[in-house]
Design a protein around this ligand. Structure first.
Ligand code: PLP
Length: 402
Protein backbone atom coordinates (compact mmCIF):
# COMPACT_ATOMS: atom_id res chain seq x y z
CA UNK A 1 0.00 0.00 0.00
CA UNK A 2 1.36 3.41 -0.91
CA UNK A 3 0.73 5.63 2.10
CA UNK A 4 1.50 8.79 0.18
CA UNK A 5 -1.53 8.16 -2.04
CA UNK A 6 -3.85 7.89 0.96
CA UNK A 7 -5.87 10.93 1.86
CA UNK A 8 -5.20 12.43 5.27
CA UNK A 9 -7.99 14.88 4.84
CA UNK A 10 -7.63 18.27 6.46
CA UNK A 11 -4.42 17.51 8.31
CA UNK A 12 -2.19 16.33 5.52
CA UNK A 13 0.04 19.38 5.62
CA UNK A 14 0.90 18.77 9.27
CA UNK A 15 2.69 15.56 8.29
CA UNK A 16 6.09 15.44 6.74
CA UNK A 17 6.82 12.44 4.61
CA UNK A 18 9.74 10.12 5.18
CA UNK A 19 10.91 7.96 2.31
CA UNK A 20 11.16 4.35 3.39
CA UNK A 21 11.46 2.44 0.15
CA UNK A 22 11.35 3.87 -3.32
CA UNK A 23 8.04 5.67 -3.63
CA UNK A 24 6.70 4.40 -0.30
CA UNK A 25 6.42 6.84 2.55
CA UNK A 26 5.53 7.12 6.20
CA UNK A 27 4.66 10.36 7.89
CA UNK A 28 6.54 12.07 10.71
CA UNK A 29 4.33 13.79 13.25
CA UNK A 30 4.49 17.55 13.39
CA UNK A 31 5.50 17.42 17.06
CA UNK A 32 8.91 15.97 16.22
CA UNK A 33 9.51 17.86 13.01
CA UNK A 34 11.26 20.78 14.63
CA UNK A 35 13.49 18.54 16.71
CA UNK A 36 16.86 18.03 15.17
CA UNK A 37 19.63 15.54 15.75
CA UNK A 38 21.86 17.27 13.20
CA UNK A 39 24.21 18.89 15.74
CA UNK A 40 24.96 15.59 17.48
CA UNK A 41 25.44 13.87 14.14
CA UNK A 42 27.68 16.63 12.88
CA UNK A 43 29.88 16.40 15.99
CA UNK A 44 30.18 12.63 15.57
CA UNK A 45 31.18 13.14 11.94
CA UNK A 46 33.77 15.77 12.80
CA UNK A 47 35.34 13.64 15.55
CA UNK A 48 35.29 10.56 13.26
CA UNK A 49 37.00 12.58 10.50
CA UNK A 50 39.69 13.80 12.94
CA UNK A 51 40.33 10.25 14.13
CA UNK A 52 40.51 9.03 10.53
CA UNK A 53 43.27 11.57 9.99
CA UNK A 54 45.14 10.03 12.90
CA UNK A 55 44.44 12.86 15.36
CA UNK A 56 44.22 11.73 18.96
CA UNK A 57 41.11 13.57 20.20
CA UNK A 58 40.67 14.36 23.91
CA UNK A 59 36.96 14.47 24.56
CA UNK A 60 35.79 17.26 26.84
CA UNK A 61 32.25 16.89 25.57
CA UNK A 62 31.18 14.06 27.85
CA UNK A 63 27.99 14.46 29.90
CA UNK A 64 28.63 11.74 32.46
CA UNK A 65 31.14 11.08 35.24
CA UNK A 66 34.24 9.37 33.86
CA UNK A 67 34.21 6.97 36.83
CA UNK A 68 32.77 3.47 36.65
CA UNK A 69 29.98 2.58 39.05
CA UNK A 70 31.47 1.72 42.45
CA UNK A 71 32.33 -1.97 42.66
CA UNK A 72 30.33 -2.32 45.93
CA UNK A 73 27.17 -1.15 44.15
CA UNK A 74 27.82 -3.57 41.28
CA UNK A 75 28.12 -6.35 43.87
CA UNK A 76 24.89 -5.27 45.61
CA UNK A 77 23.12 -5.38 42.24
CA UNK A 78 24.42 -8.89 41.49
CA UNK A 79 23.19 -10.03 44.89
CA UNK A 80 19.82 -8.40 44.27
CA UNK A 81 19.46 -10.21 40.94
CA UNK A 82 20.20 -13.53 42.61
CA UNK A 83 17.61 -12.72 45.26
CA UNK A 84 14.99 -12.36 42.54
CA UNK A 85 15.02 -8.62 41.84
CA UNK A 86 14.51 -9.35 38.18
CA UNK A 87 10.80 -8.60 37.84
CA UNK A 88 8.66 -5.49 37.46
CA UNK A 89 8.40 -3.45 40.62
CA UNK A 90 5.54 -1.19 41.66
CA UNK A 91 5.32 1.70 39.18
CA UNK A 92 6.21 4.02 42.04
CA UNK A 93 9.39 2.12 42.86
CA UNK A 94 10.40 -0.28 45.63
CA UNK A 95 9.41 0.84 49.11
CA UNK A 96 12.96 0.74 50.50
CA UNK A 97 14.26 3.14 47.88
CA UNK A 98 11.31 5.53 48.14
CA UNK A 99 11.78 5.54 51.91
CA UNK A 100 15.52 6.22 51.61
CA UNK A 101 14.95 9.12 49.19
CA UNK A 102 12.12 10.53 51.30
CA UNK A 103 14.24 10.44 54.42
CA UNK A 104 17.20 12.12 52.74
CA UNK A 105 15.09 14.97 51.35
CA UNK A 106 12.75 15.28 54.33
CA UNK A 107 9.55 14.52 52.44
CA UNK A 108 6.81 11.93 52.69
CA UNK A 109 7.41 8.62 50.90
CA UNK A 110 4.19 9.19 48.93
CA UNK A 111 5.78 12.24 47.38
CA UNK A 112 8.49 10.16 45.73
CA UNK A 113 8.20 8.25 42.47
CA UNK A 114 11.15 6.29 41.09
CA UNK A 115 11.62 6.51 37.32
CA UNK A 116 13.78 5.06 34.56
CA UNK A 117 16.36 7.86 34.82
CA UNK A 118 16.00 11.60 35.20
CA UNK A 119 15.08 11.86 31.52
CA UNK A 120 12.01 9.73 31.98
CA UNK A 121 11.01 11.82 34.98
CA UNK A 122 11.37 14.96 32.84
CA UNK A 123 9.24 13.65 30.03
CA UNK A 124 6.57 12.36 32.43
CA UNK A 125 6.35 15.81 33.99
CA UNK A 126 6.25 17.46 30.58
CA UNK A 127 3.51 15.28 29.15
CA UNK A 128 1.48 15.53 32.34
CA UNK A 129 1.65 19.32 32.72
CA UNK A 130 2.66 21.11 29.54
CA UNK A 131 -0.52 21.91 27.65
CA UNK A 132 -0.41 22.30 23.88
CA UNK A 133 0.18 25.96 22.93
CA UNK A 134 0.96 26.91 26.51
CA UNK A 135 4.12 28.87 27.27
CA UNK A 136 7.22 27.14 28.59
CA UNK A 137 9.95 29.37 29.97
CA UNK A 138 13.56 28.21 29.80
CA UNK A 139 16.51 30.29 31.02
CA UNK A 140 19.35 30.11 28.48
CA UNK A 141 21.86 28.49 28.46
CA UNK A 142 20.29 25.27 29.61
CA UNK A 143 20.19 21.51 29.15
CA UNK A 144 19.10 20.81 25.59
CA UNK A 145 16.41 18.26 26.48
CA UNK A 146 14.07 20.89 27.98
CA UNK A 147 13.67 22.44 24.54
CA UNK A 148 12.88 19.02 23.11
CA UNK A 149 10.26 18.22 25.76
CA UNK A 150 8.57 21.57 25.19
CA UNK A 151 8.51 20.93 21.43
CA UNK A 152 7.13 17.42 21.91
CA UNK A 153 4.31 18.97 23.90
CA UNK A 154 3.78 21.56 21.13
CA UNK A 155 4.31 24.45 23.52
CA UNK A 156 5.56 27.97 22.88
CA UNK A 157 9.14 28.25 24.14
CA UNK A 158 10.24 31.56 25.64
CA UNK A 159 13.88 31.86 26.62
CA UNK A 160 15.34 34.36 29.04
CA UNK A 161 19.02 34.98 28.62
CA UNK A 162 21.15 34.77 31.75
CA UNK A 163 24.47 36.03 30.34
CA UNK A 164 27.11 36.95 31.37
CA UNK A 165 26.90 35.53 34.92
CA UNK A 166 24.24 32.91 34.15
CA UNK A 167 22.01 33.96 37.04
CA UNK A 168 18.28 34.40 36.58
CA UNK A 169 17.12 37.99 36.28
CA UNK A 170 13.93 37.79 38.31
CA UNK A 171 12.40 40.88 36.64
CA UNK A 172 13.05 39.47 33.17
CA UNK A 173 11.43 36.22 34.25
CA UNK A 174 8.46 38.03 35.72
CA UNK A 175 7.92 39.81 32.42
CA UNK A 176 7.57 36.64 30.37
CA UNK A 177 5.66 34.40 32.77
CA UNK A 178 1.95 34.91 32.12
CA UNK A 179 -1.35 33.15 32.72
CA UNK A 180 -0.69 30.96 29.69
CA UNK A 181 2.55 29.63 31.18
CA UNK A 182 2.49 25.97 32.12
CA UNK A 183 6.07 25.45 33.24
CA UNK A 184 9.43 27.03 33.98
CA UNK A 185 12.41 24.70 33.67
CA UNK A 186 15.36 25.35 35.96
CA UNK A 187 18.49 23.32 36.58
CA UNK A 188 20.98 23.92 39.40
CA UNK A 189 23.81 23.01 39.56
CA UNK A 190 23.50 23.87 35.91
CA UNK A 191 24.44 22.02 32.78
CA UNK A 192 26.25 23.69 30.91
CA UNK A 193 27.48 26.51 33.21
CA UNK A 194 28.05 24.85 36.60
CA UNK A 195 26.23 27.76 38.26
CA UNK A 196 24.39 27.16 41.55
CA UNK A 197 21.57 29.69 41.93
CA UNK A 198 20.88 31.45 45.28
CA UNK A 199 18.01 30.37 47.49
CA UNK A 200 16.57 33.90 47.34
CA UNK A 201 16.35 33.89 43.55
CA UNK A 202 14.88 30.39 43.53
CA UNK A 203 12.22 31.47 46.00
CA UNK A 204 11.32 34.36 43.69
CA UNK A 205 11.11 31.96 40.72
CA UNK A 206 8.71 29.72 42.64
CA UNK A 207 6.57 32.73 43.62
CA UNK A 208 6.46 34.09 40.07
CA UNK A 209 5.27 30.68 38.87
CA UNK A 210 2.73 30.49 41.66
CA UNK A 211 1.23 33.87 40.74
CA UNK A 212 0.54 32.55 37.24
CA UNK A 213 -0.50 29.07 38.36
CA UNK A 214 2.50 27.58 36.59
CA UNK A 215 4.79 24.79 37.68
CA UNK A 216 8.50 24.93 38.25
CA UNK A 217 10.28 21.83 36.98
CA UNK A 218 13.46 21.89 39.02
CA UNK A 219 16.07 19.51 37.65
CA UNK A 220 18.43 18.82 40.55
CA UNK A 221 20.27 15.88 39.03
CA UNK A 222 23.70 17.38 39.89
CA UNK A 223 22.79 18.20 43.51
CA UNK A 224 25.53 15.94 44.92
CA UNK A 225 28.26 17.52 42.81
CA UNK A 226 28.95 20.91 44.34
CA UNK A 227 31.92 22.82 45.75
CA UNK A 228 31.64 25.82 48.10
CA UNK A 229 27.97 26.58 47.63
CA UNK A 230 25.52 23.81 48.54
CA UNK A 231 22.59 23.74 46.12
CA UNK A 232 19.11 24.42 47.48
CA UNK A 233 16.64 21.55 46.94
CA UNK A 234 13.21 22.90 46.05
CA UNK A 235 11.33 20.08 47.75
CA UNK A 236 8.20 20.62 49.77
CA UNK A 237 6.76 23.35 47.54
CA UNK A 238 3.24 23.04 46.18
CA UNK A 239 4.06 24.05 42.62
CA UNK A 240 7.48 22.46 42.15
CA UNK A 241 8.35 19.13 40.60
CA UNK A 242 11.85 18.11 41.58
CA UNK A 243 13.69 15.87 39.13
CA UNK A 244 16.67 13.88 40.32
CA UNK A 245 18.42 10.56 39.83
CA UNK A 246 21.55 8.50 40.31
CA UNK A 247 23.16 8.80 36.87
CA UNK A 248 25.49 11.55 37.99
CA UNK A 249 25.60 11.21 41.80
CA UNK A 250 26.59 7.53 41.72
CA UNK A 251 28.05 7.38 38.19
CA UNK A 252 25.24 5.07 37.11
CA UNK A 253 24.16 6.53 33.76
CA UNK A 254 23.59 3.12 32.19
CA UNK A 255 21.49 1.78 35.04
CA UNK A 256 18.55 4.13 34.43
CA UNK A 257 17.30 5.11 37.87
CA UNK A 258 15.86 8.54 38.54
CA UNK A 259 13.15 9.96 40.74
CA UNK A 260 10.63 12.75 41.12
CA UNK A 261 9.66 14.52 44.31
CA UNK A 262 6.37 16.39 44.20
CA UNK A 263 3.03 16.70 45.97
CA UNK A 264 1.04 13.48 45.83
CA UNK A 265 -1.60 14.87 43.47
CA UNK A 266 1.13 15.89 41.02
CA UNK A 267 2.71 12.45 41.33
CA UNK A 268 -0.69 10.96 40.41
CA UNK A 269 -0.74 12.92 37.14
CA UNK A 270 2.82 11.88 36.27
CA UNK A 271 2.05 8.27 37.16
CA UNK A 272 -0.50 8.25 34.32
CA UNK A 273 2.41 8.74 31.92
CA UNK A 274 5.04 6.72 33.79
CA UNK A 275 2.82 3.59 33.93
CA UNK A 276 3.00 3.38 30.13
CA UNK A 277 6.38 5.00 29.59
CA UNK A 278 9.21 3.85 31.87
CA UNK A 279 6.84 1.51 33.79
CA UNK A 280 9.48 0.96 36.46
CA UNK A 281 13.20 1.42 36.90
CA UNK A 282 15.29 -1.80 36.76
CA UNK A 283 14.45 -3.65 39.95
CA UNK A 284 17.96 -4.89 40.82
CA UNK A 285 19.31 -1.35 40.34
CA UNK A 286 16.66 0.08 42.66
CA UNK A 287 17.52 -2.50 45.32
CA UNK A 288 21.27 -1.91 44.98
CA UNK A 289 20.79 1.85 45.42
CA UNK A 290 18.50 1.35 48.44
CA UNK A 291 21.21 -0.84 49.98
CA UNK A 292 23.89 1.72 49.08
CA UNK A 293 21.95 4.35 51.04
CA UNK A 294 21.51 2.02 54.03
CA UNK A 295 25.18 1.05 54.20
CA UNK A 296 26.68 4.53 53.78
CA UNK A 297 28.10 3.71 50.33
CA UNK A 298 26.04 6.51 48.76
CA UNK A 299 27.71 9.19 50.87
CA UNK A 300 31.15 7.69 50.43
CA UNK A 301 30.87 7.59 46.61
CA UNK A 302 29.47 11.11 46.30
CA UNK A 303 32.13 12.55 48.62
CA UNK A 304 34.91 10.94 46.60
CA UNK A 305 33.55 12.18 43.30
CA UNK A 306 33.08 15.70 44.66
CA UNK A 307 36.74 15.71 45.70
CA UNK A 308 37.96 14.58 42.26
CA UNK A 309 35.78 17.09 40.40
CA UNK A 310 36.86 19.90 42.72
CA UNK A 311 40.50 19.18 42.03
CA UNK A 312 39.85 19.33 38.27
CA UNK A 313 37.78 22.49 38.53
CA UNK A 314 40.49 24.13 40.58
CA UNK A 315 42.96 23.35 37.82
CA UNK A 316 40.78 24.08 34.79
CA UNK A 317 39.14 27.36 35.82
CA UNK A 318 42.37 29.41 36.17
CA UNK A 319 43.97 27.52 33.26
CA UNK A 320 41.19 28.50 30.82
CA UNK A 321 41.28 32.08 32.07
CA UNK A 322 45.03 32.20 31.60
CA UNK A 323 44.80 31.25 27.92
CA UNK A 324 42.23 33.97 27.30
CA UNK A 325 38.72 32.59 27.91
CA UNK A 326 36.22 34.48 30.04
CA UNK A 327 34.82 31.92 32.46
CA UNK A 328 32.26 31.94 35.27
CA UNK A 329 33.65 29.83 38.12
CA UNK A 330 31.47 26.74 38.42
CA UNK A 331 30.05 25.92 41.86
CA UNK A 332 28.67 22.54 40.85
CA UNK A 333 28.27 19.82 38.18
CA UNK A 334 31.35 19.18 36.00
CA UNK A 335 31.02 21.75 33.24
CA UNK A 336 32.33 25.20 32.41
CA UNK A 337 30.87 27.50 29.79
CA UNK A 338 33.70 29.75 28.64
CA UNK A 339 33.34 32.61 26.18
CA UNK A 340 35.56 32.32 23.14
CA UNK A 341 38.01 35.26 23.20
CA UNK A 342 38.14 35.70 19.41
CA UNK A 343 35.41 36.61 16.97
CA UNK A 344 34.37 33.21 15.63
CA UNK A 345 31.12 31.26 15.76
CA UNK A 346 31.19 28.41 18.30
CA UNK A 347 30.41 25.77 15.67
CA UNK A 348 33.33 26.78 13.49
CA UNK A 349 35.51 27.05 16.60
CA UNK A 350 34.48 23.58 17.79
CA UNK A 351 35.02 21.96 14.39
CA UNK A 352 38.48 23.48 14.01
CA UNK A 353 39.42 22.63 17.60
CA UNK A 354 38.62 18.94 17.03
CA UNK A 355 41.23 18.95 14.27
CA UNK A 356 43.70 20.21 16.92
CA UNK A 357 42.77 17.28 19.15
CA UNK A 358 40.11 18.58 21.58
CA UNK A 359 36.36 17.95 21.39
CA UNK A 360 34.02 20.35 23.22
CA UNK A 361 30.33 21.17 22.71
CA UNK A 362 29.25 24.32 20.85
CA UNK A 363 27.23 26.77 22.95
CA UNK A 364 24.36 26.86 20.48
CA UNK A 365 23.36 23.39 21.71
CA UNK A 366 22.12 25.09 24.90
CA UNK A 367 19.73 27.75 23.64
CA UNK A 368 19.73 31.33 22.39
CA UNK A 369 22.57 33.78 22.81
CA UNK A 370 25.31 31.18 23.13
CA UNK A 371 27.03 31.57 19.74
CA UNK A 372 30.31 32.65 21.28
CA UNK A 373 30.44 30.03 24.03
CA UNK A 374 31.56 26.43 24.34
CA UNK A 375 30.81 23.82 26.98
CA UNK A 376 33.86 22.14 28.46
CA UNK A 377 33.24 19.02 30.51
CA UNK A 378 35.85 18.17 33.08
CA UNK A 379 34.67 14.60 33.49
CA UNK A 380 38.13 13.66 32.31
CA UNK A 381 41.44 12.94 34.04
CA UNK A 382 43.61 15.83 35.22
CA UNK A 383 46.27 14.67 32.80
CA UNK A 384 43.90 14.85 29.82
CA UNK A 385 42.68 18.27 30.95
CA UNK A 386 46.25 19.56 31.04
CA UNK A 387 46.98 18.24 27.56
CA UNK A 388 43.71 19.68 26.26
CA UNK A 389 44.42 23.14 27.69
CA UNK A 390 47.80 23.12 26.03
CA UNK A 391 46.24 22.28 22.66
CA UNK A 392 43.60 24.98 23.14
CA UNK A 393 46.30 27.53 23.95
CA UNK A 394 48.15 26.78 20.70
CA UNK A 395 44.87 26.91 18.74
CA UNK A 396 43.90 30.28 20.23
CA UNK A 397 47.32 31.67 19.39
CA UNK A 398 46.87 30.49 15.79
CA UNK A 399 43.42 32.08 15.60
CA UNK A 400 44.71 35.29 17.08
CA UNK A 401 47.49 35.61 14.53
CA UNK A 402 45.34 34.71 11.49
N1 PLP B 1 19.20 16.61 33.51
C1 PLP B 1 20.38 17.16 33.20
C2 PLP B 1 20.62 18.59 33.51
C3 PLP B 1 21.38 16.39 32.57
O1 PLP B 1 22.55 16.94 32.29
C4 PLP B 1 21.09 15.03 32.27
C5 PLP B 1 22.07 14.21 31.57
O2 PLP B 1 23.04 14.67 30.99
C6 PLP B 1 19.84 14.52 32.63
C7 PLP B 1 18.92 15.34 33.24
C8 PLP B 1 19.46 13.11 32.30
O3 PLP B 1 19.92 12.20 33.23
P1 PLP B 1 19.51 10.68 33.21
O4 PLP B 1 20.72 9.90 32.79
O5 PLP B 1 19.15 10.37 34.63
O6 PLP B 1 18.36 10.49 32.30
Amino acid sequence: MNLSSKKRSGISQTFSKIDIKGDKMVCEAARVREITTSMIRRMFEVVAEAKKRGIDVISLSIGEPDFDTDERIVELACRAKRKGYTHYTSNLGIEELREAIAERYGVDRNEVMVTAGGSEALINASIAFIERNSRVVIPSPNFLSYFVYAKLCEAEIVQIKTHPNFNIDVDALNEVVNKNTSAIFINYPNNPTGVVEDGKTLKAVVEIAEDSEALVISDEIYDQIYYNKKPVNLVDRENVIVINGFSKSLAMTGWRVGFVIARENLIDSMLKVHQVNGVCAPSFAQKAIADAFASGIFDDVTARMRKAFRERRDYLYPALKKIGFKVVKPEGAFYMFPKIPVNINCIEFTEKLVMRGVAVTPGTAFGDGNESYIRVSYASSLNSLKKAVDRMRVFLEELDSS
